[in-house]
Write a protein that binds this ligand. Structure first.
Ligand code: AP5
Length: 186
């Protein structure tokens, strides 16, 4: 499974709840990068500059990370990708990884949200968590990059017949309930 959506759409929040319910791992490229930044690893040092500016980490680095992560044993019963793929090139890379590792893509959940509300959410999170990429300037850049590079993925997965659009506005529990309905329908 894949969860798609703009910055602040609730991908991480919803992915965590769904994965707990289904007993599958949540694979969040953003969270993996941030953990590496916090630990000061070589990957973290590479990724930090991109993340802090709201730019994407280069595809080859991100694809290799996902390939390695999907190799782990806990993915055998399924997994949910949160924040990957985000470029058309990553879609192609993921297709190869899935084919190579014998996985299939069952559903792509797209959270449909309102941009104004998302900016407010992220600015609020900046006050609480102090995430380096939650400043007004970087949020605006993240939104632009999303519109330009990630939004086209929605059409690609729609054409493949695996996309389900879910209303991402409302309370966290309301959105989760819609997502679980969509997954159950599958
Ligand atoms: P990533 O961590 O994936 O950031 P993002 O896509 O910008 O998404 P966020 O984590 O900000 O938001 P979210 O949709 O997960 O929402 P959340 O649940 O947190 O990536 C960060 C960076 O890493 C990228 O910019 C890039 O540099 C790099 N990167 C990652 N993946 C990459 C890739 N594939 N290729 C290249 N580079 C990559 O919720 C947001 C806030 O809203 C929270 O405070 C939450 O509590 C709140 N909230 C959630 N739902 C609701 C609700 N229904 N009502 C009210 N508040 C809510």
């Amino acid at each position: 499974m894949i969860i798609l959506g703009a910055p602040g759409a609730g991908k991480g929040t919803q992915a965590e709840m769904l994965c707990e319910k289904l007993g599958i791992p949540q694979i969040s490229t953003g969270a993996i990068f941030r953990a590496n930044v916090a630990e000061g690893t070589e990957l973290g040092q590479l990724a930090q500059g991109y993340i802090n500016q709201g730019k994407f980490v280069p595809d080859e680095i991100t694809d290799a990370l996902v390939k390695d992560r999907l190799h782990q044993d806990d993915t055998q019963k399924g997994f949910l990708l949160d924040g990957y793929p985000r470029t058309l090139a990553q879609v192609g890379a993921l297709d190869e990884i899935l084919l190579e590792q014998g996985h299939t893509l069952d559903i792509v959940i797209e959270l449909v949200t309102d941009k104004g509300a998302l900016v407010e959410r992220l600015l609020k999170r900046a006050e609480i968590e102090g995430r380096a990429d939650d400043t007004a300037e970087v949020i605006s850049h993240r939104m632009d990059v999303y519109a330009e590079q990630t939004m086209p993925l929605s059409r690609v997965y729609e054409q493949r017949g695996v996309l389900v659009r879910v209303d991402g506005m409302g309370t966290i529990d309301e959105v989760q309930s819609r997502i679980q309905d969509a997954v159950q329908a599958l």
